[in-house]
Design a protein around this ligand. Structure first.
Ligand code: AMP
Ligand code: MN
Ligand code: MN
Length: 319
């Protein structure tokens, strides 16, 4: 499916809703804001819908002017961004279904559902933000500006781990070069997006390090934090995510697992792999999804130890 097919939908309609996945990350927020800015320039009416807290590291870029208390009853178009399936934008599902035309722009390889009228899923793209650049610049042919470039940088740089992950391509760098031509300050953006942490977030690191467990001769590295500790530290469930890559940085590990116990019934499992294990398949077995080297799932009704046993057993089978 070509992205070009979406051009007329954007030009021929007037009211737009932009949705992305629950508990948004830099890609979901950055891509959504970049699209909202662009649609505003095109003279369209656009509302953005997001559910869950804006993570602390992207709050400096956050603009709530597209959020509304009075959504339209029906939008001409609803655009779903960075959402591998419809469950991912939970409470906006009916808003999405009621739109005259629905679009999906995404980069999750597990997104095979074709849930929108027009779907563009590019599994090789580093981020939805990289696809949004293509859409804005080459399909809609709307010039970028500094603000839009900052949003796209946030989307791209966060999802490809500051250009370290294997999803980073030569094209990713070319796109970022174009963003830099718009005058973005990469050092300023990177400080907020990647380096600054609250003191209690930093203290969380030692909790994660203390709880680290190794299995299968260290090929599996796993750690966890629970809500009681997070509550004590005043760190939100989502802001604890910056620890997500820590387990897989243990030398010799192939799969790193980061587990967050949200409450006595709900546990978030994040998988990261270093080389050959396809963690999206493991996450899908637990009802989640994602990418080959980064995936996640939410487990209900199990204890922490039961979850750990299940996760470790799943990985053992594919090591
Ligand atoms: P996370 O571990 O939450 O950082 O997620 C890693 C990747 O997996 C991201 O691209 C997410 O969009 C995806 N992902 C996480 N949780 C789920 C889920 N429950 N269902 C589908 N995809 C998920
Ligand atoms: Mn995302
Ligand atoms: Mn993404």
């Amino acid at each position: 499916m070509s992205l070009k097919k979406m051009r007329q939908v954007f030009y021929d309609n007037e009211t737009f809703a932009v949705v992305s996945h629950i508990n948004p990350d830099g890609d979901a927020i950055g891509s959504s804001l970049a699209l909202c800015e662009t649609l505003k320039k095109m003279g369209k009416k656009v509302h953005m819908f997001t559910e869950g807290a804006i993570p602390i590291h992207i709050r400096f870029l956050w603009d709530d002017s597209y959020i509304t208390d009075t959504p339209l009853e029906k939008y001409d178009v609803c655009v779903a961004l960075d959402s591998g399936n419809k469950d991912r934008f939970s409470s906006f599902e009916s808003l999405f279904d009621s739109a005259k035309t629905t679009l999906c722009i995404d980069h999750h390889i597990t997104n095979t559902y074709n849930y929108a009228d027009i779907n563009y899923v590019e599994g090789d793209a580093s981020s939805t933000g990289e696809i949004m650049y293509e859409l804005i610049k080459n399909v809609l042919e709307i010039p970028l500006d500094k603000k839009t470039a900052e949003y796209l940088y946030c989307a791209i740089a966060t999802d490809c781990g500051t250009f370290k992950y294997s999803c980073t391509s030569a094209k990713t760098h070319r796109v970022v070069a174009e963003l830099m031509d718009e005058g973005i300050d990469v050092n300023y953006l990177s400080n907020y997006l990647f380096d600054y942490k609250t003191i209690n977030q930093i203290k969380l690191y030692s909790e994660g390090a203390n709880n680290l467990r190794l299995y299968e001769d260290g090929k599996i590295a796993l750690t966890y934090v629970d809500y009681k500790f997070l509550d004590k530290m005043g760190v939100s469930f989502d802001d604890a995510d910056y620890l997500v890559t820590m387990p897989r940085t243990v030398l010799g590990s192939e799969v790193g697992v980061y587990i967050k116990v949200k409450n006595d019934n709900e546990i978030k499992v994040s998988y990261r792999s270093n080389d050959y294990v396809d963690v999206s398949a493991l996450a899908m077995e637990l009802g989640g999804g994602g990418h080959k080297k980064a995936a996640g799932a939410t487990v209900y009704g199990k204890t922490l130890e039961e979850t750990i046993d299940m996760v470790v057993e799943g990985i053992r089978r594919v090591l």
